[in-house]
Design a protein around this ligand. Structure first.
Ligand SMILES: C[S@@+](CC[C@H](N)C(=O)[O-])C[C@H]1O[C@@H](n2cnc3c(N)ncnc32)[C@H](O)[C@@H]1O
Length: 298
């Protein structure tokens, strides 16, 4: 989690400012369908309390008396676009950290990246595109930028590299662009890496500007097919801990878009608790020390 994010780090904590308002079943279904339609995020009925906890303060701020009124506000108010951005900030779960899932990153650094660079060198192509989809406050794309520096070393200057990092929430993207983090965000990052790529200023850790130069942060809604088609084609896609919030239909749609985006022979990495089982058979799964790399055949 980034330091000083503009949004509330845990929207659940916001509910402590006042008692949660109650959502009726009808209001819940209306809101749930609206959220799904706008973002692909599916909130199961058992998690109705999340809607109450996370949105009650927003209703108070807008002086609205019920979730029904809020639904009409989202649908018809002249400020509905701005409110949708706020809704995305409140409903998304932005939990992340640097060096998340170290065994997977080790496979990425020592196998996936090395093989990909070798393949590109042989083809005399010094261009690499990585897509971090659902990048939250930036820890994942910055981790990838560090790994690229570690693997390529001085040669990095000879490469045309871009990491496209997107998220639905504008607030997390603003924090990502600032690139200032707490020690907690770096808890699983090797100490020598912290010393090499961060400038410490009191309790804050600032990312090295050379990492920022490799990354292009921008808003993208994974439920918007047209938006996904505009993303430059990638050698590698990271989409970790994002599709768990989607239902199967939305997962299929997003994974298909990733498949289409990948260059032939490219690969995709997802979160360790996520699976493509019953979602897609298009990829060839490669098993490496407990990590699955999903490969698009060349
Ligand atoms: C739990 S974080 C994962 C961050 C990072 N990938 C990681 O594994 O550490 C999930 C992120 O997905 C984003 N997200 C959820 N639905 C999305 C959508 N429809 N389009 C784009 N981003 C979305 C959320 O805003 C959130 O920042």
């Amino acid at each position: 989690m980034a330091l000083f994010p503009t949004n509330t780090p845990s929207p659940l904590a916001a509910s402590s400012l006042g008692k949660s308002l109650k959502v009726s079943n009808e209001e819940f279904f209306q809101l749930r369908d609206f959220i799904y339609e706008q973002s692909g995020i599916f909130i199961a009925e058992a998690r109705k309390y999340l809607v109450e906890n996370r949105l009650s303060n927003r209703l108070r701020e807008l002086n609205l008396k019920s979730f029904g009124e809020y639904y009409y506000y989202l649908r018809f108010d002249p400020n509905r676009r701005t409110e949708l951005t706020k809704l995305f900030e409140v409903i998304t779960t932005n939990e992340t950290s640097f060096w998340r899932n170290p065994p997977q990153l080790e496979v990425f650094q020592n196998k996936v990246m090395k093989d990909e660079l070798e393949k590109l060198r042989l083809a005399r192509i010094k261009k690499l595109r990585i897509w971090s989809a659902g990048c939250s406050t930036g820890e994942e794309p910055y981790t990838l930028a560090i790994i690229l520096h570690e693997v390529l070393k001085a040669e990095i200057g000879l490469w045309d590299i871009k990491i496209t990092a997107n998220d639905l929430s504008e607030a997390v993207l603003a924090a990502a662009r600032r690139g200032i983090y707490s020690e907690y965000a770096l808890r699983t990052t090797p100490k020598d890496i912290v010393a090499k790529y961060f400038r410490k200023d009191g309790p804050a850790y600032h990312v090295d500007p050379k990492l920022k130069r490799l990354i292009s942060f921008g808003p993208t809604n994974l439920s918007d097919r047209a938006m996904l088609r505009r993303v430059e084609r990638s050698n590698i896609i990271f989409c970790r801990n994002v599709i768990i919030y989607f239902d199967d239909e939305m997962k299929r749609q997003v994974i298909e878009a990733f498949y289409d985006n990948l260059l032939p022979g490219g690969c995709m990495l997802i979160g360790h608790s996520e699976s493509l089982h019953s979602i897609s058979r298009a990829f060839k799964p490669e098993h490496n020390s407990g990590t699955i790399v999903y490969r698009k055949e060349a």
